[in-house]
Design a protein around this ligand. Structure first.
Ligand code: NAD
Length: 352
């Protein structure tokens, strides 16, 4: 056994179907007497149902969460938090709502209970990305890590098919890079492999039957494992490219992950034999990069950066930005090969 470092992050996880019923006990266990319930405008009715369930333990609802955690939204939420006398946070939704809860926790130390409804995985990470004046900054702090996460499979039944796939691929990407990141270790590799296996196999089933509880359970369980990987593991080329494309070309988060992942994996494949063996076991495919590409293709979600509005002449700029401040990666960042990678991703060519 090679030497390694493994850090587990503190979080309580309640997983199952109908687990939302445990919310009042979980809120009470954290000492919260008045919870501010957070959501996006699209999920205000779910937030209202949680406030009703909490009764006197609900301070109110703030349903203005937005993508990329804009600081002005956080400031409005903080004002509501103070005005309503809240002492804790309940976040219901995807990464955008979870991000708002984390931003409040950063500034108030308030405990958080999160009910995730997508597969993005932010609930298991000490990471927070915030935007102000058009600029995104990311921080890592245990202050933002939610104390309790209630995974209720029922919420994911309404996840639209397109978002199911892109959010699922976003989750898979976290686990894939965990297998070969600088921080790779045997414990996280176990979680990563099972997370990828559960999610890839569940996506096929969920697309055929979106309300299949067993398949949705596997997908959410896989998403949790992948989220642990993102929180405790490391990232590499794939995440670097997605950060550059998201930050410099304003491309959508989960869709960009979905397009880049097969190409980033194919780029690294020659240098990561152990990770590729894990990927073959997880996907059941001899060519895992192709298998990931085909999941997106068969679901009809974008497989080409041009379909997200990325200009073709942005490819060279994206590579230069990537090379300016490279992340650790098992294969060196090679200009020509990266240009080819992004060219393939721009056209939507199937990787090898
Ligand atoms: P999202 O939270 O922006 O959700 C997109 C839309 O789908 C919203 O309108 C939301 O209300 C709706 N939605 C969510 N779940 C639904 C459901 N089950 N049924 C119907 N509608 C639903 O999208 P996301 O992909 O979950 O999160 C993306 C954001 O999360 C990005 O800003 C990304 O940067 C961030 N993120 C952060 C981390 C981290 O560790 N900090 C990790 C992953 C993602």
């Amino acid at each position: 056994m090679d030497s390694f470092i493994y850090t587990s992050l503190p979080a309580r996880v309640v997983f199952g179907v109908g687990t939302t019923a445990s919310l009042p006990q979980e809120v009470h266990a954290l000492g919260i007497t008045k919870a501010l319930v957070l959501a996006t405008p699209q999920q205000v009715s779910e937030a209202q149902a949680l406030a009703d369930l909490l009764g006197d333990a609900a301070a109110g609802i703030f349903a203005e969460a937005e993508m990329h955690t804009p600081v002005d939204v956080t400031e409005r939420a903080l004002a509501a938090f103070a005005a309503l006398g809240a002492d804790g946070i309940v976040s219901i939704g995807g990464g955008s709502t979870v991000g708002l809860g984390k931003a409040i926790a950063l500034r108030t130390d308030a405990p958080q209970v999160v009910l995730p409804t997508s597969y993005a995985g932010s609930e298991m990470t000490p990471l927070l990305g915030q935007t102000e004046g058009g600029k995104k900054t990311t921080l890592r702090s245990l202050k933002v890590l939610p104390e309790t996460v209630i995974y209720d499979v029922n919420y994911t039944l309404t996840l639209p098919p397109r978002m199911t796939v892109t959010s699922g691929m976003n989750a898979i990407a976290h686990a894939v890079e965990t297998l070969y990141a600088q921080e790779a270790n045997p414990v996280l590799s176990l979680m990563a492999e099972d997370g990828i296996a559960k999610m890839t196999r569940a996506l096929d089933r969920v697309l055929v039957a979106p309300s299949d509880i067993a398949a949705r359970s596997d997908a959410l369980y896989g998403a949790w494992l992948c989220a642990v990987c993102l929180g405790a593991g490391g990232v590499a080329l794939h995440h670097k490219l997605c950060h550059v494309l998201g930050g410099s070309f304003n491309l959508p988060h989960a869709e960009t992950h979905t397009i880049i992942l097969p190409h980033a994996l194919a780029y690294n494949a020659p240098e990561i034999p152990q990770a590729m063996a894990a990927m073959r076991r997880a996907t059941g495919a001899e060519k895992p990069a192709k298998a990931l590409f085909r999941i997106a293709q068969s679901a009809g979600v974008p497989t080409a950066l041009k379909d997200l509005g990325m200009p073709q002449d942005g490819i060279a700029r994206a590579v230069e930005i990537t090379l300016e401040n490279p992340y650790f990666n098992p294969r060196a960042f090679e200009r020509d090969a990266l240009l080819q990678l992004l060219e393939n991703a721009w056209h939507g060519n199937e990787p090898d």
